[in-house]
Design a protein around this ligand. Structure first.
Ligand SMILES: [Mn+2]
Length: 208
């Protein structure tokens, strides 16, 4: 679970920026992209402009969770170095390790003072200014769900689907017992009708 300090930090960050750039690890998987799109939906509803700028393009198997209004770009050093430099806030999801940022590593480290990192992997002294880390969480998508619902937001259908894909990807589609109890509770939660309707056949999920 995310502690009180994490929820407070999240609120402080979202309340103080009108635009954010979001990124993740190289070769974004379902949890990376799903947590980005779920968080983006929340932020856009709060009036925050969101640009998703990733080291690698969206995998074909995940294209279905990207909505037409989402801005998902692939990092191009010539254009996007200045985009990162000019961003007042950069949110790094599902990764805290600079060396998993691929082509974005140097540019991200240069701007580490304005990075909020939200991740569930074990970390090694990450350089980012703000950290919300929870190794007990089965997916970054689950952390995003916890953060945005605490702010009183109910994910809409598209956001719920993106978060569900994130959770399904990192739990091997719920094969692991450790994730199971919490996940079932999460999906059954009365506040998340979107999650149940978002549950679709396993065939389209890109397995890690
Ligand atoms: Mn993950």
């Amino acid at each position: 679970m995310i502690g009180e300090s994490g929820h407070s930090l999240f609120k402080a960050v979202i309340d103080s920026h009108e635009a954010v750039v979001m990124t993740t690890h190289m070769h974004p998987d379902g949890d990376a992209l799903g947590s980005q799109l779920g968080l983006a939906a929340f932020l856009m509803q709060q009036g925050v402009a969101v640009t998703i700028l990733n080291p690698d393009p969206v995998a074909e198997t995940l294209a279905f969770i990207v909505e037409p209004h989402h801005q998902v770009r692939t990092f191009n050093p010539e254009i996007d170095r200045s985009r990162l430099r000019d961003a007042s806030c950069i949110i790094l999801l599902d990764n805290s390790a600079p060396d998993r940022l691929g082509s974005m590593e140097a540019a991200m480290v240069e701007n580490a003072a304005r990075v909020l990192c939200i991740d569930h992997h074990p970390s090694r002294q990450p350089p980012w200014a703000d950290l919300i880390l929870d190794q007990s969480s089965s997916a970054t998508a689950a952390m995003v769900y916890e953060l945005v619902t605490r702010q009183g937001w109910t994910p809409d259908r598209a956001a719920a689907r993106a978060l569900f894909v994130g959770l399904a990807t990192d739990t091997g589609f719920f094969r692991f017992n450790s994730a199971w109890t919490r996940t079932v509770r999460w999906c059954r939660s009365g506040s998340t009708p979107g999650l149940r309707s978002a549950a679709t056949p396993a065939g389209w999920i890109h397995r890690k």
